[in-house]
Design a protein around this ligand. Sequence first.
Ligand SMILES: *Cc1c(COP(=O)(O)O)cnc(C)c1O
Length: 243
Amino acid sequence: MPRSADVQTQRIIQDNWRRVTDQIAAACASVQRDPGQVQIVGVSKYVDAALTAQLVQAGCTNIGENRPQVLWEKFAYFQQQNLAMPRWHLIGHLQRNKVRRTLPIVDAIQAVDSLRLADELSSEAVKLGKTIPFLIDINLTQDDSKTGMRREELLEHLDRWTNLPNLQWTGLMAMSSLNASPESALEEFHQVREFRDSLQQMLGDRAELKELSMGMSGDYVQAIQAGSTCVRIGSSLWEGILT
Ligand SMILES: *Cc1c(COP(=O)(O)O)cnc(C)c1O
């Protein structure tokens, strides 16, 4: 059980945020990358809305939730408490019947995993008059425990992905395999990047796939080495909170 939010947790979260941003800056420096090109999405799925608000207060302005319903609840809390809104990223699977309530409050959908979902998102986005960036959740390994689309599945209807009104396909999201060693995580992230590069070649100016969302608390170093533009950090930010 996480602790409840108080003055002490605020200080712990501030320290964690500083440590994580320092570590990510160091990982960027070690491969001569500009830390400004690696966005940090703080993953708040382990904690309640009040602790999430303390992370935002500490300076983390991009928040990722993997469950749509929890995202709705946290959004409502921020509104009720009149708190500065972070940018919300949905990083987990979205069911089509939850699109309507989710779309108005998120800034990006990171884990689109089917054209059926993309079609639904597109038609709701048109109704809303909002254009929303999204990433495709891709699974290039043989790991069935992971979500995400297969390479062939995506290539089959490649043209359709670039023709979705009010949706903007900006890149790929991926996870390394469960229990992957640092070496194999690095290799997997390289494969994702190479796949993105080949997609970009095929698509030319029909899309700009500039985002690679990869890297979590345990493998962000390898992800940054392989070219990640967005790391999704959960557990490291909640050290000392989840006791
Ligand atoms: C939980 C989660 C993360 C964060 O993982 P940590 O190992 O806690 O940093 C990142 N991405 C997704 C999709 C998640 O579900």
